[in-house]
Design a protein around this ligand. Structure first.
Ligand SMILES: Cc1cc2nc3c(=O)[nH]c(=O)nc-3n(C[C@H](O)[C@H](O)[C@H](O)COP(=O)(O)OP(=O)(O)OC[C@H]3O[C@@H](n4cnc5c(N)ncnc54)[C@H](O)[C@@H]3O)c2cc1C
Length: 331
């Protein structure tokens, strides 16, 4: 057993951001465990597999078959199990997405292997693999250790590791893998996919996220944030207080019981910065807060803060950004 196998989950024809971060986690321990192999599963995914090769793995295993067009746990778990058999890794890393959380325990249980969940850090020693993970609704971090006498499975939390910078000069070996499914693997099938109905940039992959909290005062106030997000080329998110009030849909909620984001810029407007929220945006590179309260936790943790009523600041900010965009367009 040596090396790291990483399941690089796709969203359509692109790798998920957290899947690339999982490759970053693998790079972190490759010096001790050995070469990194990426596993790409889907249909007509050869081109994306080649791009994934630029993110550091030395091999990319590709399961490219119509049977894997939809991300269903049964077939994907069987493909992961086949990749583990083919590569005999010391560690298998998966992103802590719905699919990663589904298939990691299935395969770990089949193989009688330990499974570490929601990892935020990863250390390898002679005899053990140690991770930290949040507990008690994100209020504490706990340290969990698994012995290295068998393969170890771990899911990696979004925002915990940095995605490697792609390098076009890096060429991984691309190997096609065939996986045989039995009837039990195919008990569930996707019969159709429905769009969510809203346009805009996907929250999880948006480089800029404008988040509104209860301080926005009502659903109408979010029109200002939509305009600001459009001027910045970003997506709108919200806190749980907002989604619980029905001001915005639940799928825009960021935090412990919502989505994990790690944008280049997080702009929190009327957001207090409760730990259950900030655990979902810890990976943001730059944090800006607009809040009336100078003592709000988000103001305290922000790289830049504007202490003011958002009604005064946001329209001016949007106008200035639109002017700058227009001027750049004319130049
Ligand atoms: C088990 C559990 C899970 C949870 N999961 C999540 C989660 O996933 N995500 C999440 O977000 N929360 C979660 N919460 C809730 C979390 O604890 C907070 O209650 C919530 O994040 C607060 O939302 P908020 O910042 O919008 O509201 P508030 O805490 O009410 O903050 C509003 C802020 O707006 C400011 N403000 C008011 N008016 C203005 C104005 N005109 N201009 C500028 N600023 C203004 C105020 O100063 C204040 O700081 C969870 C809680 C529990 C118990």
């Amino acid at each position: 057993m040596a090396g790291v196998l990483v399941f690089v989950e796709l969203a359509g024809s692109e790798p998920r951001g957290v899947a690339l971060e999982t490759l970053g986690a693998a790079a972190h321990v490759a010096g001790t465990l050995g070469e990194v192999t990426a596993l790409v599963i889907g249909h007509e995914c050869h081109a994306v597999a080649e791009r994934i090769g630029q993110y550091g793995p030395s091999r990319v295993l590709v399961v490219d078959d119509p049977a894997f067009a939809a991300p269903v746990a049964g077939p994907y778990a069987r493909a992961l199990e086949a990749a583990v058999a083919a590569t005999e890794p010391a560690l298998v890393l998966l992103p802590a997405t719905t699919l990663g959380r589904d298939i990691a325990p299935i395969v770990a249980t089949r193989l009688g292997a330990p499974h570490l969940v929601e990892c935020m850090s990863l250390t390898v020693e002679d005899q053990t693999i140690t991770v930290t993970r949040p507990v008690y609704q994100g209020k504490l971090l706990t340290t969990v250790t698994a012995p290295r006498d068998t393969v170890v499975f771990a899911t990696v939390r979004a925002g915990a590791f940095k995605a490697p910078t792609p390098d076009e000069a890096k060429q991984a070996t691309i190997e096609r893998m065939t996986v045989t499914l039995d009837a039990a693997d195919q008990r569930a099938a996707v019969t159709g996919l429905a769009p969510k109905g809203r346009g805009g940039t996907a929250l999880e992959s948006a480089p800029i996220v404008v988040v509104g909290g209860r301080g926005i005062g009502g659903p109408q106030g979010f029109a200002l944030l939509e305009e600001l997000a459009a001027a910045l080329g970003g997506a709108v998110g919200c806190t749980r207080a907002v989604s619980d009030l029905g001001w915005r849909p639940h799928d825009e909620q960021i935090g412990q019981t919502g989505k994990q984001v790690s944008p280049k810029l997080y702009l929190g407007v009327g957001v207090s910065g409760a730990v259950q929220h900030t655990v979902g945006m810890r990976g943001a590179e730059v944090v800006v807060a607009i809040n009336r309260d100078p003592n709000a936790p988000l103001v305290q943790m922000a790289d830049f803060a504007i202490v003011a009523d958002y009604n005064e600041i946001v329209p001016r900010l949007t106008k200035r950004l639109q002017e700058l965009r227009e001027a750049a367009g004319k130049a």
